[in-house]
Design a protein around this ligand. Structure first.
Ligand code: HEM
Length: 493
């Protein structure tokens, strides 16, 4: 009897794995297990796993995580769908149960539903443009912080200490987002930044905990929270803690707000818009204080770790590739000298631009992109995809595809330089994603990467602390990030 049961169980699992996609009318994919889906196959770096499946099952395939997600990991198919038919992919597949627990529902800029998102994204783009996303004032601040960082490193290097670059990069990026969101600067090394950084880090780690990520499909897993060491309870406490800090900051911004003056920051524009609507008796729509609080959290969480991690990858790649570092320095020495570098210098520094492009490709900080959801029926590569299907525009797998990049793991800025010595942006390198949900902070991030990194190598040479550069080891969570490492910093002048 037991043997029969075991055989029946095995037959069921195998049949389930091979038939579930067909019965649901979904593209083929790796056979999932009942309840767990393909979760057990996702242990390896996901950019590589999805690439492998894309070669095996075709440009569009289904992965159960643990619900079904249609993955597109092929450059041309991504262009033909997410870019050219963007309207059909503007919505997010939302983890509703998690969001209810963390934020009373889908609010903010990253995880919000279609109608709220449309109004809020449009407003955020306008407001960030108005207050000068790339304004002289934000750029001036970036330059000042970059100078402050290199001055600190030069001092540490002179005292013979090996340097962990993380903290200073973190302070520089944190100050800029604070200024953009709340219109205030704190002290360069204000401990509040360490606190928020630690909270965001914790939140990212908990978000990918199996117990938290299965919550949406199996809400009853909440009862098993104690068995796993209370990740769900800790996630809620962490979210509450972060919202309380941001709430206090928003109150400070509101106290000093002058509605007759130009907005100093995103929060100013938002509060002015609320007051304008109230004064005119117009409906507030999606403009609420709760939404503002979560949008501020999203600007912080989406804009902070991503930029810091990219710059940490940058220093690691340059330390391990002295030739590329020397070429950047030679270009800066010849074109700029010792004066402060500005965004206007981008054209004069093609090799530096190519290096940043390559850092973003090889660093590939998001192994897996965010999910979207179809808002209409669409046929992709011959598969009819129903409305409301979760879609993963998996561009990170394109970055590691040897069909597009010879030896994709090899750091080589020259890939992006043409015969005339000009920088050529590769359309297959898309770290900020594309389509309607592309990164909202791309302009700020590009400015930060350029000003910070070029100033770093203009002033300092980064080299390994021993003969052999340390192996690039990464931690994995919502973003892939180098484990802490130290470098030798030598002042160039
Ligand atoms: C190197 C730095 C950065 C990288 C690589 C990056 C990358 C991304 C990616 C891949 C997405 C998801 C797009 C999709 O769903 O397909 C995204 C979304 C987003 N990013 Fe960034 N980002 C960076 C910096 C920033 C900064 C500085 C901010 C703001 C201050 C920001 C704000 C956002 C927001 C609000 C979204 C959600 C957009 C939406 O759903 O409409 N990001 N980013």
């Amino acid at each position: 009897m037991i043997l029969e049961l075991i055989i029946a169980g095995i037959v069921f699992i195998v049949a389930y794995g091979y038939l579930i996609n067909r019965t649901r009318g979904l593209p083929p994919g790796p056979p999932p297990l009942p309840l767990l889906g393909n979760a057990l196959s996702l242990g390896e770096p996901m950019d590589h796993t999805f690439l492998k499946w894309s070669k095996q099952y075709g440009p569009v395939f289904t992965v159960w995580m643990p619900g079904p997600v249609v993955v597109i990991a092929d450059h041309q198919t991504l262009q033909d769908t997410i870019v050219k038919q963007g309207d059909l992919f503007g919505d997010r597949a939302l983890p509703i149960n998690q969001l209810k627990m963390l934020a009373d529902g889908p609010y903010g800029l990253v995880f919000c539903g279609n109608d709220v998102w449309k109004e809020q994204r449009r407003f955020a783009l306008h407001s960030l443009k108005d207050i000068g996303f790339l304004s002289a004032s934000l750029q001036e601040s970036a330059k000042t912080y970059a100078q402050q960082i290199v001055a600190d490193w030069k001092k540490e290097g002179k005292e013979g200490r090996n340097v962990d670059v993380t903290e200073n990069i973190m302070y520089g990026v944190a100050n800029l987002i604070w200024q953009l969101t709340f219109g205030r600067t704190l002290g360069f090394k204000d401990p509040l930044f360490n606190k928020v950084e630690e909270i965001i880090h914790r939140m990212f780690e908990l978000f990918v905990h199996p117990c938290v990520s299965f919550l949406d499909v199996f809400p009853l897993i909440a009862y098993l929270d104690p068995l796993f060491g209370y990740p769900i309870r800790r996630m809620c406490a962490t979210s509450k803690e972060s919202l309380e800090i941001l709430q206090k900051e928003l109150e400070l911004t509101e106290k000093t707000l002058d509605v007759d003056e130009e907005p100093r920051c995103y929060a100013d524009s938002y509060l002015i818009e609320m007051k304008r609507r109230e004064a005119k008796g117009e409906p507030l729509g999606s403009f609420t204080r709760h939404q503002l609080n979560l949008a501020a959290l999203d600007l912080w969480s989406a804009g902070f770790e991503t930029t810091v991690t990219t710059l940490r990858f940058a220093v690691h790649f340059l330390m391990s590739n002295p030739d590329a570092q020397r070429k950047m320095q030679k270009e800066i020495d010849e074109e700029i000298g010792q004066r402060q570098i500005s965004m206007e210098d981008q054209k004069a520094l093609p090799y530096c631009m190519a290096a940043i492009h390559e850092i973003q490709r090889v660093g590939n900080i998001g192994e897996i992109n965010f999910f979207r959801e179809t808002t209409g029926e669409i046929t992709i590569a011959g598969h009819k995809i129903p409305i409301g299907t979760a879609i993963l525009p998996q561009f990170p797998s394109v970055h590691v595809d040897p069909e597009h990049f010879e030896r994709p793991d090899y750091f080589c800025p020259e890939r992006h330089i043409n015969e005339a010595g000009e920088f050529v942006k590769d359309p297959r390198v898309t770290p900020f994603s594309f389509g309607k949900r592309a990164c909202l902070g791309e302009g700020l991030a590009r400015m930060e990467l350029f000003i910070f990194l070029t100033t770093f190598v203009q002033h300092c040479t980064f080299s390994p602390t021993s003969m052999i550069p340390p192996k690039l080891e990464c931690t994995r969570g919502l973003t892939r990030s180098p484990v802490h490492y130290k470098v030798k910093v030598t002042a160039r002048f």
